[in-house]
Ligand binder design. Structure first.
Ligand code: DGL
Length: 270
């Protein structure tokens, strides 16, 4: 277990998506100790009910605090939309940072006033996303696309799965042809689809991710900004933790493995 004298940031997602935030954190805040927990026993969250997601988020948060985390990052748009307030309510003294689709930067950067948001079904229909669009892009045209099955393909490391390519061609491309110039990655898993998306979009629109911004905010609230030394990373999951090192390598994050000091562990979160 990490030294509890130092701040420890716990980062969690349903599966691999939050690794995009972990990678940004390790870069922006290299001295911070990090625990990554994937809720692989319950992935994906995006097709589950609000109540099911809330139960999982509370269980994962509690389990990470038990592991010694002093701050949490809900590295999942779906979990943030459905349950971050409940998690904050249960742990008022723990700083908790969530992930929300980058509607604000997209609205600031669009030249055409047309934005597409790629999200899980749960995020796509959430009130939180509707509020975010209402707040930051009230006078823009915002198309929200529920991307069924994409997170599951990323979990299987099928980053150019035929079903994803087909959805991009049939749903996103027509919008880009109509002038959409900002494509918001509204699910942390989709950061790993950037090469596939860019290949099809071909420079006609900009992808908008928020991993760096979330990492900066997490470093700040966790009090790790002025730490010195090299932080270490612990990898955990609710099922099949041995998969994580393989996944990190396949997702271009093999360098993070050098910061791990122990084999991946199972985290009990019930
Ligand atoms: N990575 C998650 C998100 O940002 C959820 C993917 C899923 O489990 O459906 O929404």
């Amino acid at each position: 277990m990490p030294d509890t004298q130092r701040p420890v940031i716990g980062v969690f997602d349903s599966g691999l998506g939050g690794l995009s935030v972990l990678g940004a954190l390790a870069e922006i805040c290299p001295a911070a100790d990090l625990i990554y927990a994937a809720d692989t026993a319950y992935v994906p969250y995006g097709n589950k009910s609000s109540e099911q997601i809330r139960v999982r988020v509370l269980a994962m948060g509690q389990a990470l605090i038990k592991e010694g985390c002093t701050a949490l990052v809900v590295a999942c748009n779906t979990a943030t939309a459905e349950a971050i307030e409940a998690l904050r309510g249960e742990h008022p003294s723990i700083p908790i940072v969530g992930v929300e689709p980058g509607i604000k930067p997209a609205a600031l950067n669009t030249e055409t006033g047309k934005i597409a948001v790629l999200a899980t079904a749960a995020t796509a229909k959430s009130q939180r996303l509707a509020d975010l669009i209402g707040r930051h892009a009230p006078h823009k045209t915002v198309h929200v696309i529920p991307c069924h099955g994409w997170a599951t393909e990323v979990e299987a490391l099928n980053l150019d799965a035929p079903s994803i390519v087909q959805d991009i061609n049939s749903q996103l491309l027509p919008l880009i042809e109509q002038g959409v110039d900002q494509v918001v990655l509204g699910c942390t898993h989709y950061d790993f689809l950037a090469p596939t998306l860019n290949q099809i979009i071909g420079g006609r629109a900009q992808l908008v991710g928020v991993a760096d911004a979330v990492a900066r905010q997490a470093c700040k609230v966790a009090g790790t900004e002025n730490l010195t030394g090299t932080g270490h990373i612990s990898l955990m999951s609710t099922m099949n933790p041995v998969y994580l090192p393989h996944a990190l390598s396949a997702l271009g994050l093999a360098a993070l493995l050098r910061k791990t000091t122990a084999p991946p562990q199972t985290i009990s979160a019930n």
